[in-house]
Design a protein around this ligand. Structure first.
Ligand code: NAD
Length: 369
């Protein structure tokens, strides 16, 4: 990529503007970026009567990357089917930008392994990425009802499988650059039963031929669901079709036990801009209070650097800075209260200290300096 990267920023609603402003500070500490702030979601409904205008979609399509906060909130909740809804903006972006690959990394920060519902020794060392096909399969096939009988059709073309497989293999290679591990792709299917899965396995195997440095393993989805909780640290990239990926990515996300820490990326064709956003929503219950956890958005910005702007080293710096501030004991209230409280131990002597968005951001900036 030549010149200053152009990033469309969709701060959105609720805590969106707070966490995205914090993420811009983190990006600015790493280099020069040109930002274009645009409205999407509830704020766009207020201004334009629609969650996503054609102008904003066009701006996103011609950017180098799109950074999103979160959208939605009680103000726009409605039972009127004709009223505009904030989520329509998200769906419009996915469709309009051709985002067929959803990437969700699961990497519990060492200081937070105690928050996982799994035992510490089982979760330690987990660092995996779920690559889910997002625009095909049973969610988009023919469906219908005839009296008491209903059907949903799962359909995949070799071309759709080929492109998502390449996304997974490319991601495995990029991850290996910063981790030093041998890259591996675990492809999930149900090839013992489903014809689409047999085509899936065949095409993924073919694509693997172009990536001889990347190890490929195939797992049946039922087995994958078990292995993800019994040996999560053995996975690198998990590649899956839409329905299986929907379920497995939520299962994998729970491994961290902490919603405020999870980033995601949605990617389209090679060279087209991707969309990077935290997994959590707009948290209207805490908006404007200065207590939102900005770390999932920082980690989404890291994904943008790695997967969208080919700046893997800068991405790794953000990830290391996030780990460091957690190791120093800093916790936003969502991490400090309830689920994640950890007493100081000999390995983690820093006592926990509750901080707001601003102090957490300042601490990450200090780590980067
Ligand atoms: P939510 O993720 O917004 O909030 C769930 C709980 O987690 C809340 O208690 C919230 O305070 C807390 N939380 C979430 N993110 C946090 C953060 N960064 N720091 C601290 N605490 C955090 O989910 P919800 O309450 O079900 O939804 C609220 C709104 O967000 C709804 O309008 C929903 O439609 C929308 N939503 C948007 C997206 C998106 O933009 N991609 C995703 C999910 C939900």
């Amino acid at each position: 990529m030549n010149g200053t990267p152009r990033i469309v920023v969709l701060a959105g609603d609720g805590i969106g503007p707070e966490i995205v402003a914090a993420a811009r500070q983190v990006l600015d500490a790493l280099g020069e970026f040109s930002y274009e702030e645009q409205l999407m979601g509830g704020c766009s409904i207020d201004e334009h009567g629609t969650a996503l205008t054609d102008e904003v979609l066009e701006a996103c399509r011609s950017a180098d990357a799109v950074l999103l906060g979160a959208v939605g909130g009680p103000k726009w909740d409605t039972t009127d089917p004709n009223a505009p809804r904030p989520e329509q903006g998200l769906l419009g972006l996915r469709k309009g930008m051709g985002l067929y690959a959803n990437l969700r990394p699961v990497r519990p920060s060492p200081a937070l392994v105690g928050a996982s519902p799994l035992r510490e020794e089982r979760i330690a060392g987990t660092d995996l990425l779920v690559v889910r096909e997002l625009t095909g399969g049973i969610y988009f096939g023919d469906s219908g009802r005839d009296g008491d009988v209903a059907h949903d059709t799962c359909e995949y073309s070799a071309e759709e499988i080929d492109r998502i497989a390449r996304t997974a293999f490319d991601a495995a290679r990029r991850r290996a650059e910063s981790s030093g591990r041998k890259p591996k792709v675990t492809s999930v299917d149900k090839a013992n039963v489903l014809e689409t899965s047999r085509l899936w396995r065949e095409v993924v195997g073919r694509v693997a031929g172009d990536y001889e440095d990347v190890e490929l393993e195939h797992l049946l989805v039922d087995n994958a669901a078990m292995q993800l909780v019994s040996r999560p640290a053995d996975f690198d990239v998990v590649l899956s079709e839409n329905l299986f990926g929907d379920i497995l990515s939520d299962e994998a996300a729970m491994l961290t036990g902490s919603l405020g820490m999870l980033p995601s990326a949605s990617l389209g064709a090679d060279g087209a801009p991707g969309l990077f956003e935290p997994v959590h929503g707009s948290a209207p219950d805490i908006a404007g209070q200065g207590v939102a956890n900005p770390l999932a958005t920082f980690l989404s910005a890291a994904m943008m650097l790695r997967h969208g702007l080919s700046r893997g080293e800068d991405a790794a710096r953000i990830e290391a800075a996030v780990d460091a501030v957690l190791e120093r004991g800093l916790r936003t209230p969502d991490l400090a209260s309830g689920t994640v409280v950890q007493p100081p131990t000999s390995e983690n002597p820093a006592p926990e200290r509750e901080v707001g968005t601003e102090e957490m951001t300042a601490a990450v900036l200090a780590e980067l300096a």
